[in-house]
Design a protein around this ligand. Structure first.
Ligand code: NAP
Ligand code: ZN
Length: 352
């Protein structure tokens, strides 16, 4: 075991600040990673502020961060895939039981024994797992991803959550040419959803509450932009969408979106608002619409997504910040003022 510098929240109302955590010494199957960049996901904010208390209460101190890129510093004796010096990534998962039907199907995110990168019971040290707002992390090699070498690392970090969370449902629902696809909310997840839906050949429409994001939405790959608070704009698209990906982090009108689906159209929620959203049966009945959810993605698919991004030159659009600005970044995220993901330069932690 060794000590590592980190940034943590001491309670749901405390700002994040400098903290020291324990990391395990690498076991034979572990990879030790010096963290270079960590993306800032809205899930970090939900967790720090204990907004998911009913489902996953937060244990404090809480060290968030699950969009991790870094360099391997040490590997255990049985590690085959990585060696010191390799550039690697870690997303939302750091362990699973490897035996359940979900794991057998490369869907570790649905494993009942799955361990998330932060705020999950830590089998090795007790307490809970600590995430990427830290100088280093130790992870079983199965949960370590190989990074494309041709991409900007600060922009690769968000692929580990925002990337896979949008890639996976778009692939699952076979989004492609000839389809009209909506992406709701142009934040960290949403802007990746736009890039992937466009790369898969769909006609892409962004729904935003922020009219000033229109030019960016078009630049990111959208063909059209709808300001969702404008009923007239919404009405022009009634019964026209094959698929809608909803990335919104707060309360909003899902029924208005379901009403825009065509016959047999489908809406997948990836956003995880604190409070339940009312769904009208009629918004589903008329048009045989369906509604589903999706949770990040398995390790095999995350590697596939990273390889795809390497081939296509896809990264997140990031604003790089030092860790000392994390509390300000959270406030800006709440105001939808992110273009379009914060990525923490972890070198700044050395000064903390
Ligand atoms: P984010 O960067 O803050 O983006 C959320 C976007 O939603 C905002 O930029 C805004 O876009 C829109 N929005 C915010 N409040 C709204 C409101 N009241 N009504 C309508 N639109 C609103 O957040 P993120 O990191 O992309 O995460 C989005 C959600 O996905 C969070 O709840 C997060 O916890 C969840 N998440 C889920 C998974 C999963 O596996 N399912 C993985 C990661 C994250 P506009 O300005 O364009 O309207
Ligand atoms: Zn996330």
């Amino acid at each position: 075991m060794y000590q590592a510098k980190a940034f943590a929240a001491a309670s749901a109302t405390a700002p994040l600040g400098g903290h020291t955590i324990n990391r395990r010494a690498a076991t034979p199957t572990d990879v030790q990673i010096e963290i270079l960049f960590c993306g800032v996901c809205h899930s970090d904010l939900h967790t720090v502020r204990n907004e998911w208390a009913a489902i996953m209460p937060t244990a404090y101190p809480c060290v968030p961060g699950h969009e991790i890129v870094g360099r391997v510093t040490e590997v255990g004796a049985a590690v085959k895939k990585y060696k010191a010096g390799d550039l690697v990534g870690v997303g939302c998962l750091v362990d699973s039981d490897h035996t359940c039907p979900a794991c057998q199907s490369d869907l570790e995110q649905f494993c009942p024994g799955g361990v998330f990168t932060y705020n999950s019971p830590d089998k090795h040290l007790g307490g809970v797992t600590y995430g990427g707002y830290s100088e280093s992390i130790v992870v079983d090699e199965h949960f370590v991803l190989r990074l494309p070498t041709n991409l900007d690392l600060a922009g690769v970090a968000p692929l580990l959550c925002a990337g896979i969370t949008t890639y996976s449902p778009l692939r699952h629902w076979k989004v492609g040419p000839g389809q009209k696809v909506g992406v709701v909310g142009l934040g960290g997840l949403g802007h990746m959803g736009v890039k992937f839906a466009r790369a898969f050949g769909a006609h892409v429409v962004v729904f935003t509450t922020s009219p000033k994001k229109k030019d960016d939405a078009l630049r990111l790959g959208a063909h059209e932009v709808i300001v969702s608070t404008d009923a007239a704009q919404m009405g022009q698209h009634a019964f026209s969408f094959d698929f809608i990906l909803d990335t919104v982090s707060a309360e909003h009108d899902v029924n208005a979106l379901l009403g825009l689906l065509k016959l047999n159209g489908h809406l997948t929620m990836v956003g995880a608002p604190e409070k339940p959203l009312p769904v009208s049966a009629f918004a589903l009945l008329f048009g045989r619409h369906s509604l589903s959810g999706s949770l990040i993605g398995g390790i095999r698919e995350t590697q596939e997504m990273l390889d795809f991004c390497g081939q296509k030159g896809i990264t997140a659009d990031v604003e790089v910040i030092p860790i000392q600005r994390i509390n300000e970044a959270y406030e800006r995220m709440l105001k939808s003022d992110v273009k379009y993901r914060f990525s923490i330069d972890m070198a700044s932690l050395k000064k903390a």
